[in-house]
Design a protein around this ligand. Structure first.
Ligand code: NAP
Ligand code: ZN
Ligand code: ZN
Length: 346
């Protein structure tokens, strides 16, 4: 079926209204009528060409919430009228060691991502800035009651991307955790780390959003533009999650880690990041990366967020505001996630 959507026609060009073709609903597929799609900075990196050539035109969007309107004959886990979500991936091989280990995002035979990725039939996947999507039921998440749809959408990428490393590296009571960058990922990282019981510090470029940071659950808030921040906080954190979309001075942040501490990069800037190994040696420190999370972990995260009443702080926009919203994200002027009302894809 042909559905209304927005797409970037070429690298760096504004998004424009278009249509995309959704495949017939297969026996293990569901057809979802999209309610909201979040705007992730990864959408912007992709369409601006930060991550290299893309199969344009690209319809971005991998924070999708909607309702099942049709389910294939073999689908048992979702039914018509269920509220569901789709995140960054829509398929994987299910057979490799990583898939069997619930890490489908690291599929050794190639994860199929939600957009700009080669689908099983060879066509390029097209994302959630559209009215409907057809997805294999095994990659569709149940969205528990208790979180409004617009606020739940960003959990599908920003939520799992922060929840996964916080869980993996043991954020919890007695642990000092810093979140670098208070944007879409960062603000959910603060809420989740706080709900896990960790002592949470925000490291933001300025103190402009300090009041918000404390309201979201941070215990402390510092400006990274102030050189004293790096002196006063030296050797203090067990875990730092860096959500910054640009290159940072990795060594300066590594020195904020206590012995055995880990700096996890989830930010994915275009530029390579350099590390002076002495920043690692001087405290048995680790520099790590983490990409989204598996389907089972994403479902756990949605239950955790419902239980702790965590959703994103959102600004709901219409489709014709996407390009302006991109500019505001690039200017670090997002409070804290733009979410597109899918009824405006006309
Ligand atoms: P975002 O909403 O734009 O937030 C990024 C924040 O980083 C900004 O709000 C700003 O926070 C800070 N920042 C921006 N430019 C900076 C600069 N030049 N120097 C220092 N700080 C800067 O973006 P997002 O959607 O949260 O995504 C963040 C990054 O994570 C992107 O690179 C995205 O592609 C990546 N990502 C990765 C994964 C994964 O699986 N690993 C998943 C999703 C997204 P302050 O104003 O507080 O300083
Ligand atoms: Zn994302
Ligand atoms: Zn696999």
């Amino acid at each position: 079926m042909l559905v209304n959507a927005y797409a970037a026609p070429a690298a760096g060009e504004p998004l424009v209204p278009t249509t995309v073709t959704r495949r017939e609903v297969g026996s293990n597929d569901v057809l979802i009528k999209i309610e909201y799609a979040g705007i992730c900075h990864s959408d912007i990196h992709t369409v601006r060409g930060d991550w290299g050539p893309q199969p344009f035109p690209v319809t971005p969007g991998h924070e999708i919430i909607g309702t099942v309107v049709e389910a294939g004959a073999d689908v048992t886990n979702h039914k018509v009228s269920d509220r569901v979500g789709v995140g960054c991936m829509v398929n994987s091989c299910r057979e490799c060691s990583n898939c069997r280990n619930d890490d489908e995002q690291y599929c050794l035979n190639g994860t199929v991502f939600t957009y700009a990725s080669a689908d099983r039939d060879g066509t390029a996947t097209q994302g959630g800035y559209s009215t409907h999507v057809v997805v294999d039921a095994d990659f569709v998440l149940k969205v528990p009651d208790g979180i409004a749809s617009a606020e739940a959408a960003p959990l599908l990428c920003a939520g799992i991307t922060t929840y996964s490393p916080l869980q993996h590296w043991g954020a919890g009571p007695g642990k000092k955790v810093a979140i670098v960058g208070l944007g879409g990922l960062g603000h959910l990282g603060v809420k989740i780390a706080h709900a896990l019981g960790a002592e949470v510090t925000v490291l933001s470029q300025t103190l402009k959003k300090q009041e918000d940071g404390l309201r979201l659950g941070a215990d402390r808030y510092y400006a990274t533009s102030d050189p004293d921040t790096f002196k006063n906080l030296a050797n203090s954190f067990d875990l730092i999650v860096n959500t910054v979309s640009a290159d940072i001075d990795v060594d300066a942040y590594l020195k904020l880690l206590a012995v055995n501490g880990t700096l996890v990069n989830v930010g994915a800037p275009a530029e390579p990041m350099s590390v002076n190994v002495f920043s690692l040696l001087g405290g048995r420190r680790s520099f790590a990366g983490s990409m989204i999370g598996g389907i089972a972990a994403t479902q756990d995260m949605l239950h955790f967020c419902a239980e702790h009443h965590i959703g994103a702080d959102v600004e709901v926009i219409s489709a014709d505001e996407i390009n302006t919203a991109y500019e505001r994200v690039l200017a670090s002027d997002v409070r804290y996630r733009f979410v597109i009302d899918a009824s405006t894809f006309v």
